[in-house]
Design a protein around this ligand. Structure first.
Ligand code: MN
Ligand code: MN
Length: 296
């Protein structure tokens, strides 16, 4: 584990997240928001670990802007900005929710407070079930409910979801956090009218390479090589390949790769009763006497 790379990626991610928190996004398109944040990550010396997720209202996660996406943030919207920075494949994964409707500020505060509580009990040896219990307790106390089927995750080099889940509710089955591993913790909070879980939506605009298997199609092979060289096995967006191919060709080729299961596509995740969802997220490395939050 390259601790220094995790720390450096975390510092960049944290600065970019705080700038995104301060900025007034109403009137901006999701395209402008994603592109400007991704550009800032590059300017600070990092690489994007995945396309910036800009998920509005009842969409909990996994929406990124389409090329020239014209969706505009409105005065009543709640927007989750989830960003990832990688250095040599070591990832910082962090998120902030900005909310322009005061009626839903409590969701944002609940997600932030739950994350803070989770970090306060974190050390090497902490049980994942205790983290889930703490998050669930805080979220409910603050008037929300946690999304049960979204969770944090262990991280590995060039791997965002490395196998272990950091739960947002109390659940049976548990592991102990280790000082030799990095993790992300990400409470998602919805209203009491929500069902507390997400379903898959129709839109799929985040992709990743599933295999480097060659096909018979030379154009497809060229795209596979391009994706591997640029993004390794990490997620990417159509926006990131339309400079190499025109949009229509890129879309057709990508569709073909998805159909052939060479590329995986990720559906947007929507609250099951279409209730608004807030999120907060940090990346951390447990220590014997506490925790290093890389994205603090
Ligand atoms: Mn994230
Ligand atoms: Mn994450």
């Amino acid at each position: 584990m390259q601790v220094q790379d995790y720390i450096n990626a975390g510092k960049i991610a944290s600065e970019v997240r705080e700038n995104a928190r301060k900025k007034y996004h109403v009137g901006s398109t999701l395209f402008e928001i994603c592109e400007s944040i991704e550009k800032e990550i590059g300017q600070k010396g990092g690489k994007c670990a995945f396309p910036v997720n800009a998920s509005l209202n009842e969409i909990a996660a996994h929406y990124t802007a389409e090329p020239n996406d014209s969706i505009v943030v409105k005065e009543t919207d709640l927007l989750k900005i989830d960003l990832g920075v990688q250095i040599n494949g070591y990832i910082a994964d962090t998120a902030v929710t900005v909310c322009y409707d005061p009626n839903y500020d409590y969701l944002v505060q609940a997600a932030e407070a739950a994350l803070k509580d989770a970090m306060s009990i974190m050390r090497a040896g902490t049980k994942s079930s205790d983290v889930g219990k703490a998050i669930e307790g805080t979220v409910k106390q603050m008037g929300g409910i946690p999304i049960a089927n979204l969770s944090g995750h262990s991280l590995e080099q060039y791997t965002i979801h490395a196998g272990k889940s950091v739960p947002n509710i109390w659940s049976i089955g548990s592991f102990s956090f280790q000082s030799t591993e990095a993790y992300a913790c990400e409470p998602f909070v919805t209203t009491r009218d929500g069902l507390g879980f997400v379903r898959e939506g129709r839109t799929r605009n985040i992709f990743s390479l599933a295999t480097r298997k060659r096909s018979k199609d030379e154009d497809a092979n060229r795209m596979i090589d391009f994706i591997w060289q640029k993004f390794n096995m990490l997620p990417f967006a159509l926006r990131w390949i339309v400079n190499e191919w025109d949009e229509k060709t890129a879309k057709l080729l990508l569709d073909k790769l998805v159909q052939n299961k060479i590329v995986k596509s990720y559906p947007i995740l929507v609250e099951a009763n279409n209730q608004r969802v807030a999120q907060a997220e940090h990346t951390f490395i447990p220590q014997e006497n506490g925790v290093t939050v890389t994205t603090i």
